[in-house]
Design a protein around this ligand. Structure first.
Ligand code: NAD
Ligand code: TYD
Length: 354
């Protein structure tokens, strides 16, 4: 007999958000078995989970969500009864250079996982939940006013957001067509520890540390709605346990900032913590060629999550970013292990001619 109350497959658990979610679940729910399935692409890193490696309610499986045979074996071997799906290609700039890879992982991989869940579960049972983690980028780009609601029509504009929108549609289609019990959340931009330094905040911290140019796309006036990754993980926990089956929840913290404001905040914090002169790194700011099809503004209305489930974020941007800067300064080795080989090639291709 299975000693665990639930056996949850978390996909993409070696990535940025996935590793925070796996840690939260392994620590908070000793009665659950957490199986972390990750292909360990450039973005996956088992160092992110060193602190929980040997736990009896945790197991890592290296595998690919695009491989149906592997997925079936994992479901059979572990008797998976719930899925929280995060595995994805997640970086917009990479999706612009290689859209097909995003279709493969984000669309085909998600449909494979849906098929495996449908084929292995009793569709009638509310004990089997397929929770799909998605992004606010599926809603498109906002002007100066307005917020994304759960009812905002989809209008994806980058290959990344188009692939995530497609995966969301498939998840809903599996509920309508086959009766699979699904939940979806669409979250705003995350930041925090263990984020791969291709994304804005860790890239800028790393470049300030190394006195390298700070690349700002366009005018730096694009707006993102920032949420600390721990707030996101806690919202997923709440929705997984208490959200109504079939519902979608937006997750965001009303923390809109222009990119240039975020970069200046990071400069202030890093310069102060390194005992540099105030504003010393401002001269590293470098305006570069804009991203193709760069979405102007994202902003989430998370009222439904607040009203229905009582969720509010713990961190303001200022608190969360300070904590994040401290983590990167105290964990330079983590960054150094990543910032080599493939990353340098990527960096060269992405930034040298901008
Ligand atoms: P990430 O790129 O840091 O991690 C993705 C993980 O998925 C990596 O560990 C990678 O190895 C794994 N993976 C990739 N392809 C795989 C495959 N074929 N099979 C198995 N594993 C595979 O991404 P993240 O920022 O942690 O995002 C996680 C999820 O959250 C994604 O679905 C993303 O769309 C969504 N999301 C991210 C943000 C954000 O700001 N980062 C915001 C909202 C939603
Ligand atoms: P990013 O972290 O890639 O997240 P997303 O594109 O999913 O929102 O980028 C956040 C914002 O920062 C976005 O408007 C693009 C901008 N940006 C830069 O200006 N320079 C950079 O080097 C990067 C990576 C992003």
């Amino acid at each position: 007999m299975n000693q665990f109350k639930k056996t949850i497959l978390i996909t993409g658990g070696a990535g940025f958000i996935g590793s925070h979610l796996v840690r939260l679940f392994v620590n908070k729910y000793p009665e659950y078995k957490i199986v972390n399935l990750d292909k360990l692409t450039y973005a996956g890193n088992l160092d992110n989970l060193k602190d929980i490696e040997g736990r009896s309610n945790y197991e890592f499986v290296k595998g690919d969500i695009c491989n149906q045979t592997e997925l079936q074996k994992i479901f059979s071997d572990h008797k998976i009864d719930n899925v929280i799906h995060l595995a994805a290609e997640s970086h917009v700039d990479r999706s612009i250079s290689n859209p097909l890879e995003f279709v493969q992982t984000n669309v085909i991989g998600t449909v494979n996982l849906l098929n495996t869940a449908k084929n292995n579960w009793n569709i009638e049972s509310s004990e089997n939940i397929f929770y799909h983690v998605s992004t606010d980028e599926v809603y498109g780009s906002l002007g100066e006013e307005g917020l994304f609601l759960e009812t905002t029509p989809y209008d994806p504009r980058s290959p990344y957001s188009a692939s995530k929108a497609s995966s969301d549609h498939f998840v809903r289609a599996y509920q309508e067509t086959y009766g699979l019990n699904i939940k979806i959340s669409n979250c705003s931009n995350n930041y925090g520890s263990h984020q791969f330094p291709e994304k804005l905040i860790p890239l800028i911290i790393n470049n300030i540390l190394n006195k390298k140019p700070l690349p700002i796309y366009g005018k730096g006036d694009n707006v993102r709605d920032w949420l600390h990754v721990v707030d996101h993980a806690e919202a997923i926990d709440l929705i997984f346990h208490q959200g109504k089956i079939g519902e979608t929840f937006n997750i965001g913290g009303h923390n809109e900032r222009k990119n240039i404001e975020i970069v200046k905040l990071l400069i202030d914090l890093v310069d102060e913590k390194l005992n540099r002169d105030k504003g010393e790194s401002l001269n590293l700011i470098t305006y570069v060629k804009d991203r193709a099809g760069h979405d102007q503004r994202y902003a989430i209305d998370a009222e439904k999550l607040k009203t229905n489930l009582g969720w509010t974020p713990r961190y303001t941007v200022e608190q969360g970013i300070e904590k994040t800067v401290e983590w990167y300064l105290n964990n330079m080795e983590w960054v150094e292990n990543i910032v080599s080989g493939d990353y340098l090639n990527y960096y060269e291709n992405q930034y040298v001619d901008r």
